[in-house]
Design a protein around this ligand. Structure first.
Ligand SMILES: Cc1cc2nc3c(=O)[nH]c(=O)nc-3n(C[C@H](O)[C@H](O)[C@H](O)COP(=O)(O)O)c2cc1C
Length: 235
């Protein structure tokens, strides 16, 4: 663990890294060096995984490769015919929304749209805001995560730990992130753009960069249920 790359990390406490991570939806153009990205991934890869399988596969996009992918996805997102043709390779969200999840989902959605001054009637405005996902919210770095199709649900559990590590390691370097399932319907466009081998499947995307603190969408603070609501203590 004494790799020079890891020495770049700050001494931000674990608690501070966890508590200060928020999904950021507007980034500054300030670039992030390849060394910094490598250091984040090197640290994140210390995540545990069943039998040390390490199921993660990461594509790091910046510059024209990122911009071109954004253009391709936005073209499909903005074309109703192409948009209707997109399918998911896996269901990230439940097929049936029930309480309490549906209320939580609505709340975070309307809190974000409310900050942006978007009303329920403003379908075009909401579509455009959703489209900001595909520009990686203007972040200088777009991460695309893939997994080998042969791996099962346990590896997806491992993958989540890796993703959280990426976000926390980024915080340790003063960087911010937004994990993005919004990419999943566009897996065919992404796989073709990245020339992903057939055995790889898209997991999600992530924006990485420096938060633009002046932007209203970055003031969103999300709620959490209290510990007593999701925990049973047994003596
Ligand atoms: C795997 C995953 C996928 C997500 N996908 C998106 C997305 O596509 N677009 C987006 O704006 N936020 C996305 N989010 C962010 C969630 O909305 C956010 O984590 C949640 O509302 C809690 O807010 P916080 O991250 O600021 O604490 C995603 C989060 C996770 C963990």
């Amino acid at each position: 663990m004494n790799s020079p790359a890891l020495m770049q990390h700050s001494t931000l406490s674990v608690a501070d890294a966890i508590a200060s991570r928020r999904s950021i939806r507007a980034f500054l153009p300030t670039p992030v060096s390849r060394e910094a990205i490598s250091a984040i991934l090197e640290l994140a890869a210390r995540a545990p995984s069943g039998s040390n399988t390490q199921p993660w596969r990461v594509y790091v996009l910046s510059g024209s490769s990122k911009n071109l992918l954004s253009e391709k996805i936005l073209a499909a997102h903005n074309d109703p015919v192409q948009l209707a043709e997109q399918t998911h390779e896996y269901e990230y969200y439940p097929r049936k929304w029930i309480s309490p999840y549906v209320e939580r989902r609505r709340k975070v959605g309307w809190d974000l749209y409310g900050l942006l001054g978007l009303t329920r009637e403003d379908k075009a405005g909401m579509h455009a805001q959703h489209g900001r996902n595909y520009a990686f919210f203007d972040a200088p770095v777009g991460l695309i995560f893939a997994i080998d199709r042969v791996l099962e649900m346990g590896s997806w559990l491992d993958y989540g730990m890796f993703l959280q590590n990426v976000m926390l390691a980024a915080r340790g370097m003063g960087l911010d992130t937004c994990p993005q399932a919004a990419f999943t319907p566009f897996h065919r466009i992404i796989a073709a753009h990245l020339e992903m081998p057939e055995n790889e499947m898209l997991v999600c995307g992530m924006s990485l960069g420096y938060a633009d603190q002046t932007r209203i969408e970055n003031t969103l603070v999300t709620e959490r249920a209290k510990v007593a609501e999701f925990t049973t203590f047994l003596d």
